[in-house]
Write a protein that binds this ligand. Structure first.
Ligand SMILES: [Zn+2]
Length: 359
């Protein structure tokens, strides 16, 4: 990137649009620059699914969780319709966007007891639902199933699987504090780092889970290819991500509660996630779409201009649940999440009988 373009990106464009990048500035994939408005290094990328460099701006989004300054561009690839943030913070710059009070790392220890109780209850229900949705495809997971949970956070899913199914779980997370707590409290082995860094053995897991994780990955394809390498023949991968193509994602646009920029960098639809899996050697077995109680309420609050970062947490989350109540009878028509289960595709000449008939 030229010095002139760099100056444009960090001065006029920032001041006028609140965005890291004025449209007049042409950046090539891989270019990095410093955004004074955001106070961070940012990087331009090509499409994270097909690699094309042909995108259109959908809208600008902001960090409503922590209220950091600046807006980000949410773009759509004109080749494959993948949606992603571009440009986005570089990997080192992303670290500050994940403080220990981010939702997947906190248990609201220092908050009101009601919030702590509701959050723990929600996490337990969520873990039960995830096990149920995975077993719709895999059948009941037998004792001793080897499970790797990528982006395990506080380990609710691994604990549930260990307690209810006696699985042999391993977690991976980038947050050192959360890794230490989970190791100490549960005895579950937890690796610190990213999946591509830790170097798991090939064909070593029956089940790999990535729940509310892949949308955070700057480059999801290498992660899925690594999953393909470490999964056993006949094993399964279960991926849960927000679905931007559902009604809430379409209706609320930049105010949809799952925008969560710049922690969410990729916004999947069933089509783009299926394309990613199939082009990485997987066969998709299930796409289960669903909604949550707070989906509509949280998005409505944001559309009315109320921000999580500017409100007491207990009040905001209670209001979002109350506002969501009238939509409960219609939630099956308002999906904005999906659980996709897939398994490695066997080459025709290598076709093997299933390792275990779990259906
Ligand atoms: Zn693309």
């Amino acid at each position: 990137m030229s010095d002139a373009a760099k100056a444009l990106a960090t001065t006029a464009g920032d001041r006028e649009s609140g965005c890291a990048l004025a449209t007049a500035v042409s950046l090539a994939p891989g270019d990095t620059f410093y955004s004074e408005l955001h106070g961070e290094e940012q990087k331009h990328t090509s499409c994270t699914l097909c690699g094309a460099h042909a995108e259109r701006l959908l809208f600008e989004v902001e960090d409503t969780m922590f209220g950091r300054p600046g807006k980000y561009r949410l773009v759509e690839c004109q080749q494959c319709s993948m949606r992603y943030i571009n440009p986005r913070p570089t990997t080192p710059a992303l670290a500050r966007h994940y403080p220990n009070d981010y939702l997947c790392y906190t248990n609201f220890d220092h908050e009101h007891w009601l919030l702590r109780w509701a959050f723990n209850r929600m996490q337990q229900d969520q873990a039960r639902r995830r096990v149920r949705q995975i077993e719709r495809v895999t059948g009941r997971l037998p004792q001793g199933t080897t499970v790797l949970d990528v982006g395990c956070g506080r380990g609710e899913l691994l604990r549930r699987l260990k307690n209810d199914r006696q699985t042999l779980g391993t977690g991976i997370d980038i947050n050192r504090d959360v890794v230490d707590v989970l190791r100490r409290e549960s005895g579950i082995p937890v690796l610190h780092g990213t999946l591509c860094e830790v170097g798991c053995e090939s064909a070593s897991f029956d089940l790999v889970t990535l729940t509310e994780y892949l949308e955070h990955e700057p480059h999801p394809r290498p992660v899925i290819e690594e999953v393909r390498r470490i999964i056993k023949p006949g094993g399964f991968v279960a991926i849960e991500v927000p679905d931007i193509s559902g009604p809430p994602g379409r209706w609320f646009g930049p105010n949809w509660w799952q925008i969560d920029a710049p922690r969410h960098l990729t916004y999947f639809s069933p089509k783009t996630l299926t394309q990613l899996l199939e082009s990485s050697g997987f066969e998709v077995l299930q796409v289960k779409r669903y909604s949550m109680l707070t989906s509509m309420g949280y998005s409505l609050l944001q559309a009315m201009g109320h921000r999580y970062c500017n409100s007491p947490k207990l009040l905001y989350l209670t209001l979002s649940a109350l506002l969501g109540l009238p939509f409960v009878p219609f939630l099956s028509f308002l999906p904005d999440f999906m659980m996709v289960v897939a398994r490695p595709r066997q080459a025709a000449h290598l076709a093997l009988p299933p390792q275990h008939d779990r259906a």
